[in-house]
Design a protein. Structure first.
Lengths: 618, 84
């Protein structure tokens, strides 16, 4: 199981050492490049060796330690000093759990059969079950007020700052009398609001983003205008990658086969599929994808974003109505704008609103065309909404689609591979028939640890796309090693390598997800979305708290992703955890203990729901 | 003592987060802190100087019979509702 197993055993020692390391080392920041054993131990081992040699190597080690333990985040103010951070072992949520042996993944990759389905599973009707598992807790009133207050302060001070000082940005010369090319508010926002917490985003990494990653440390001397690298690195637990099944690894079957394929076939065909870029590899991948999804045919593209943005215009025209969920991804919105179709938005996951919009669309026809009927009506939803962590209510949407004779376009970017008993997405999760969904779209970027996208459906649809899609005709075809990575990971998920690895990974992800979400709920932080979705947004609301949480977690060696105003509503700043099958229980426990500490200290425990007093079973 | 220190630190941290002070540059921090402090001082000052007489007059409005004798002594005489 590739990297799932490798680091599990050594992990706990490392992190315990890191957090207790403040006593021994001079800085709280240490990193993965310090050898696992301590200096004293190292000395003991080396005592037999020659004195000269020892001194020399010790000097080298000290140099190395000095290099890698520079205080990376001191100049960006992080509050390690002020925070009352507990150690990993003391005061953790379930001390008895810590004593337990390494829980789920053993060295051989076999799993223990303790996975307990939710109590709601299969007892209630599908609709009620979905309702019970989904949570969108309201924001407390005072938090809402404080969030707005914070934003007003940021804006006012931003304007004062802009008035008093010349921003340290490049300006165009010789453009007097021209209208500004760039949107004024956008540049103001990025200069005076986003810039203050810019160190929390776009952080460079220098390793495979598997269950752990290595951050390249950088500091800013001028409050976020510019950064410089310190030359140090920080090893962090990775809770930010869409690496749902843990196929992003530098070792293992996938990596080996991709490398072999690159040596055989080169790195790119430099030509579109319809010209010279079409090979047996691509045809095989399309067949495998179609078989994987249980539909007639599939077509693959080299870029997930373009799969949405360029195929929607070929499917839709000006006299079409699109009923789109309000939380749909930017690629879908771009595709809809390019297509010129009329777009009506319905409230997020609200079936009653969807039906209202559909009914109105059918009743009144196209107002731009004198009320004549639409050519086609398409419902456009995602499987898992990446910002909300919620799951589409597919059975009800299929029922509505059949009732009103509309088409259904399902974007399974996040759900493919990560949902359902064998990883075939939300369609399998709800036990629906894949042929009921007219257009199945998804990406290879997330679960398969690769790049690209696919569209699957009936033979007729795919043939239409082969002749009409811009992404097929003009974009160059997928590079051979990438095709191989997708092919190998997909066959592993399907179990065609005659092992249980794929199935185990899917179950591990489901188990990690449920455990992580329940522990978070028990802590009293507000999380959004469905209990079974591996994207877990934790609401922190205040803009300043996003930065504070990310910085504090980085000092405790956890890398997470925050999302603030332009990506979410002003009110709802959030931290987004993405779980992976590559995470072990120990890693999650460590992360949860730290999150518990941090949310206590920064005041993130907003939830007013009753908490489960029982310890959560993994 | 330590408890007090801890809770004070916690309170200040919350204040920092709420006003986004932890994101600001030093001079901006001083500005915000100065404004908040000024507001606070003004509030304290006004509540010490003006509040007692306001309260008296409020009592007067609510219960005219009880405190009618004291009205002449006060520097600030409120408009009687009955006289309007």
């Amino acid at each position: 199981m590739g990297n799932v197993d490798d680091d599990g055993a050594t992990f706990q020692q490392n992190y315990v050492k890191c957090s207790n390391g403040t006593a021994k080392a001079s800085t709280p920041i240490s990193n993965g490049h310090i050898p696992n054993h301590s200096v004293e131990q190292w000395r003991d081992e080396q005592q037999e060796e020659q004195h000269n040699d020892q001194e020399q190597e010790l000097q080298l080690l000290l140099n190395k330690q000095l290099k890698f333990s520079a205080p990376a985040y001191t100049e960006i103010r992080t509050r390690t000093g002020g925070l009352k951070l507990k150690g990993v072992n003391e005061g953790s949520y379930h001390p008895e759990k810590q004593a337990e042996a390494n829980g789920y993944v053993s060295q051989t990759g076999s799993k223990c059969d303790k996975f307990k389905p939710s109590r709601a599973d299969g007892v209630l009707s599908a609709e009620q079950e979905h309702y019970q598992k989904t949570s969108f807790e309201d924001v407390p009133l005072h938090t809402a007020c404080l969030t707005y207050l914070g934003f007003y302060l940021l804006m006012i001070l931003g304007y004062i700052n802009q008035l008093l000082f010349v921003p340290k940005v490049a300006t165009e010369k010789g453009r007097e009398g021209y209208v500004t090319l760039y949107d004024a508010f956008e540049s103001f926002y990025s200069r005076y609001v986003y810039r203050r917490v810019r160190d929390c985003w776009n952080r460079p990494i220098c390793s495979v983003p598997g269950d752990e990653l290595v951050l390249k440390d950088r500091v800013t001397d001028d409050y976020g205008w510019s950064f410089r690298f310190t030359g140090t690195e920080t090893r962090c637990l990775n809770l930010g990658s869409y690496n749902y099944l843990g196929f992003a690894a530098a070792t293992g079957t996938c990596a080996d086969e991709s490398e072999q394929r690159a040596r055989q076939k080169g790195l790119a065909y430099c030509s579109p599929r319809s010209e010279l870029g079409n090979t047996q590899l691509h045809i095989d991948l399309e067949r495998l994808t179609a078989r994987y999804l249980g539909v007639e045919d599939a077509i693959v593209f080299g870029m997930g974003f373009a799969t949405n943005a360029l195929n929607l215009p070929s499917l839709l025209g000006p006299n079409c109505l699109v009923v789109s969920d309000e939380k749909n991804h930017a690629s879908i919105i771009l595709g809809l704008r390019l297509s010129g179709a009329t777009t009506r938005v319905f409230k997020h996951n609200n079936m009653r609103d969807l039906e209202r919009v559909l009914r109105n669309g059918i009743c009144y026809g196209n107002p731009k065309n004198g009320g004549k009927p639409w050519n086609k009506i398409m419902i456009l939803v995602e499987g898992i909404f990446s910002m909300e962590g919620s799951i589409v209510r597919l059975p009800e949407i299929i029922a509505l689609k059949k009732k009103y004779k509309a088409y259904l376009y399902l974007d399974e970017a996040h759900s493919i591979g990560s949902m359902g008993p064998t990883g075939r997405g939300v369609v399998e999760y709800f036990g629906a028939d894949p042929n009921d969904v007219d257009i199945l779209m998804g990406t290879f970027t997330k679960s398969f640890g690769s790049a690209g996208g696919y569209i699957a459906g009936s033979k007729k649809l795919i043939d239409f796309l082969r002749t009409n899609s811009h992404a097929h005709c003009y974009a160059s075809s997928i590079s051979p090693p990438i095709v191989q990575q997708i092919y190998t990971s997909m066959s592993i998920i399907m179990g065609e390598d005659n092992t249980d690895t794929g199935r185990n990974k899917v179950q591990q992800l489901a188990r990690n997800t449920r455990y992580f979400r329940r522990r978070l709920a028990q802590m009293g932080v507000i999380t959004y979305g469905h209990e079974d979705s591996p994207v877990v947004p934790m609401l922190v609301y205040l803009f300043s708290k996003i930065g504070a949480v990310i910085r504090t977690l980085t000092t405790r060696h956890i890398a997470v992703v925050g999302a603030g105003f332009p990506a979410t509503p002003i009110m709802e700043g959030r931290i987004r955890f993405c779980l992976s099958a590559a995470h072990t229980k120990e890693q999650l426990d460590y992360a949860l203990d730290v999150i518990d500490d941090v949310s206590e200290n920064l005041g993130l425990k907003y939830s007013r729901k009753s908490r489960d007093p029982q310890p959560i079973e993994y | 003592m330590w408890n007090f220190k801890d809770s004070a630190a916690h309170l200040y941290r919350q204040y920092e987060l709420i006003t986004c002070i932890n994101m600001f540059e030093p001079w901006e921090k001083k500005l915000i802190n100065g404004i908040v402090l000024l507001m606070f001082v003004l509030l304290i000052f006004s509540s010490c100087v003006y509040l007692p007489s306001y309260m008296d007059s409020l009592l007067e409005v609510i219960r005219p019979a009880a405190g009618s004798t004291k009205v002449e002594d006060l520097t600030y005489v409120p408009q009687r509702i009955s006289s309007m």
